[in-house]
Design a binder for this molecule. Structure first.
Ligand code: HEM
Ligand SMILES: *[C@@H]1O[C@H](CO)[C@@H](O)[C@H](O)[C@H]1NC(C)=O
Ligand SMILES: *[C@@H]1O[C@H](CO)[C@@H](O)[C@H](O)[C@H]1NC(C)=O
Ligand SMILES: *[C@@H]1O[C@H](CO)[C@@H](O)[C@H](O)[C@H]1NC(C)=O
Length: 323
């Protein structure tokens, strides 16, 4: 009797642990992961992020984008940060990244500062996650507790970067599929796109939209055409703000622009072009608290994509190379 009682308790406990571990494969990421091993981590990261943004406000946007481009390529594992060598092909030369992603020098500064206070403890993948949050906060956006405990990949994939990072030519269904492939919902996709309330894009990313699309405000198109010639390959790197109103302020104006047909990228305007996401764009445009809450939830979800934990991967000393 006593034996069968204790063995059923045992089975219950085992069953519970199985359900918990299968139901949440990211159970290892926690918000207090470095609280005893690196108590000054947050203040160390924050001060470098803030000084980089004081020097150039756009850097906050560039740093936020790094986290996205890392997480969508085989998980948030710091793979984006690895430099190419004669014997190693990284992700920096992939089409969505080459000549476009920036901020690697700032990540180096942050990592060096972190190594000075806690050598060999904090992964580059986690540095990216904290840096993304601090960038949003520094530009006036919402804050959240960052889940930590990721380790750094010893591999990278240029082809996965080419295949998984969504392109500005995508239509709504392609955008939805791209995020769905990462376990992110349509709501997550629309909320995360609000990151385009900060930062800049190159003419090559929006040329076709401002000359060919029909669902664009005509005076806005003319303004953008003035600094982005129609001739392919001319002025490709000329920049324009993704949010024409407040490009260095993390607010909900991105969605108001979409409602007025003033999205810069073809993919941006797809979110408000008569498809299933029109209503959500209007909600975010009129309700900043709803946008902030959904953006935060989606950032945390994106940060949970396939982290390396336990004894997988490594804690890189220099984010640009394997130990
Ligand atoms: C929904 C699909 C998305 C597409 C198609 C897309 C595409 C792009 C493109 C084409 C640019 C301009 C690149 C250039 O011309 O050099 C850009 C910039 C940017 N993206 Fe996205 N993006 C998407 C989602 C996201 C997400 C989810 C985030 C972050 C959570 C993000 C953050 C940014 C930021 C902050 C910039 C400006 C970077 C800077 O100024 O350096 N994007 N994106
Ligand atoms: C990356 O961009 C540079 C300069 O824009 C270009 O010369 C080079 O061919 C590109 N590399 C790849 C692999 O596309
Ligand atoms: C969206 O793009 C995909 C891939 O290019 C294409 O197969 C599909 O037909 C497009 N859908 C719509 C509604 O235009
Ligand atoms: C640029 O080249 C592409 C592909 O050849 C073409 O579809 C497009 O119409 C050209 N011009 C513009 C303004 O996009």
């Amino acid at each position: 009797m006593a034996t069968s009682y204790s063995s059923s308790i045992f089975l219950l406990v085992v069953g519970y642990l199985l359900v918990v571990s299968i139901g949440n494969s990211n159970a290892q990421l926690t918000t207090n992961f470095y609280s005893s091993s690196c108590p000054n981590l947050y203040s160390t990261v924050r001060s470098v992020v803030q000084s980089a943004i004081r020097k150039e406000a756009r850097m906050g946007a560039s740093l936020l984008r790094l986290f996205f481009h890392d997480c969508f390529v085989n998980g948030c594992d710091g793979s984006l940060l690895l430099d190419d060598t004669s014997s190693f092909t990284g992700e920096k030369m992939a089409i969505p990244n080459n000549g476009s992603v920036r901020g690697f020098e700032v990540i180096d500064q942050i990592k060096s500062a972190v190594e000075r206070v806690c050598p060999g403890i904090v992964s580059c993948a986690d540095v990216l996650a904290i840096t993304a949050r601090d960038s949003v906060v520094s530009l006036g956006g919402p804050t959240w507790n960052v889940k930590l405990g990721r380790r750094d990949a010893r591999t990278a994939s240029q082809s996965a970067a080419n295949n998984n990072i969504p392109q500005p030519t995508f239509n709504l269904s392609a955008l939805i599929t791209s995020f769905q492939n990462q376990g992110l919902s349509t709501t997550d996709m629309v909320a995360l796109s609000g990151a385009h309330t900060i930062g800049q894009a190159r003419c090559t990313s929006f040329r076709s939209r401002i000359y060919n699309d029909k669902n664009i405000d005509s005076s806005f198109a003319k303004t953008r055409q003035a600094n982005c010639p129609s001739t392919n390959n001319t002025g490709d790197n000329n920049l324009a703000p993704l949010d024409l109103q407040t490009p260095t302020c993390f607010d909900n104006k991105y969605y108001k622009n979409l409602v007025n047909q003033k999205g810069l990228l073809h993919s941006d305007q797809q979110l408000f072009s008569g498809g299933g996401t029109n209503a959500l764009v209007q909600t975010y445009g009129s309700n900043p608290n709803r946008f902030n809450a959904d953006f935060v939830a989606a950032m945390i979800k994106m940060g949970d994509i396939k982290p390396l934990t336990g004894s997988n991967g490594e804690i890189r000393k220099n984010c640009r190379k394997l130990n």
